[in-house]
Ligand binder design. Structure first.
Ligand code: ATP
Ligand code: MG
Length: 298
């Protein structure tokens, strides 16, 4: 008995020292000052009164993560409110980087990114972040219930959750679960299929009534029919929401108002689907392999 007690005491010391080290690291992270500070708005950053400013604008943006090669070079985009942008490109071509810049996880090395004519560097994070509804490329579903995952700690009504789930084409599988919205979700969503997880994440992005919807490869696991239904729901119920879609499938982005084809951080094609079919060799090649020659697909 005495020996056991002694062992118990030594265990406490081991746990204590581990806990102390972890607590110090957590405190360090919490105390790290933000290096992307909010700049004061200059006069020329204020929206112009005359013509309406584009909702989202990239002005000759160049960016490099490491300072060694450019990951995005001289990118310019103008999107009016409610327009959609599709981004297509090989892996590593800089698609997610564009989204990181827009949401200001990084600042561009050159050029400016503007939302409603205001430089994103002058918009405080608590105003900037709620503008976006976003599904990241490797986003995660957390343990809890389906409703928890869609609500995601925001004060949203049950109706908003249901509406978002319906538009994200998730309501069907949720209704089939026992417990419906309160059905349990396992750690990392392990009891859901890939497509179900993606739809749950899209519902989360839609639920907050975003101004700008950003989907990074968020419908890759959906079958073509569900993907088409999702796009239709976005087009009809989110008319005023500016949408940026990153996809591998041409069918997911061919109806977008603007499409960018990226290669190594360079824009090698830009325009609407038909325009790109005529002008961009790369795009034509991708279209040919995915939709069959000459066919337009659905
Ligand atoms: P995928 O289709 O695979 O998602 P992507 O087009 O989204 O590719 P990005 O994630 O934008 O590609 O990456 C563009 C380039 O930037 C890649 O060469 C990548 O190696 C580099 N990169 C991405 N994130 C970082 C980072 N945090 N630090 C340094 N380099 C990075
Ligand atoms: Mg990516």
């Amino acid at each position: 008995m005495i020996l056991n007690a002694m062992l118990g005491v030594t265990r406490v010391f081991v746990i204590w020292s581990k806990g102390e080290a972890s607590a110090r690291r957590v405190a360090d992270v919490l105390a790290t000052p933000a290096d992307l500070t909010v700049l004061p708005a200059r006069k020329e950053d204020k929206p112009e009164e005359t013509a309406p400013a584009p909702h989202v604008e990239f002005r000759d943006v160049t960016f490099s993560y490491t300072g060694l090669g450019e990951n995005i070079s001289h990118l310019s985009i103008r999107l009016m409110r409610g327009e959609s942008l599709g981004i297509l490109g090989a892996t590593g071509s800089g698609k997610s980087t564009i989204l990181n810049l827009l949401m200001r996880f990084y600042d561009p090395d050159q050029g400016q990114i503007l939302i409603d004519g205001r430089d994103v560097r002058t918009i405080p994070p608590e105003e900037l972040r709620p503008k976006f509804g976003v599904v990241f490329q490797n986003d995660f579903v957390a343990e809890g219930t389906i409703a928890d995952n869609i609500r995601f700690f925001r004060p949203l009504s049950d109706e908003a959750l249901t509406r978002a789930a319906e538009d994200a084409q998730a309501l069907e599988f949720i209704e089939n679960k026992s417990g419906k919205m309160n059905a349990p979700v396992a750690v990392r969503g392990n009891n859901l299929s890939g497509g179900q997880k993606q739809r749950l994440l899209i519902a989360r992005a839609l639920a907050g009534a975003p101004e700008i919807l950003v989907l990074d490869d968020a419908s890759s696991a959906l079958d073509y029919r569900t993907d088409a239904r999702l796009r239709r729901a976005l087009r009809t119920n989110y008319r005023d929401v500016t949408t940026i879609l990153v996809a591998q499938r041409i069918s997911s982005i061919r109806h977008c108002d603007h499409i960018l084809v990226l290669s190594d951080g360079q824009v090698i094609g830009s325009g609407a689907h038909q325009e790109l079919m005529e002008t961009c060799e790369e795009y034509r090649m991708i279209a040919r392999t995915q939709m069959g020659e000459g066919k337009e697909g659905a």
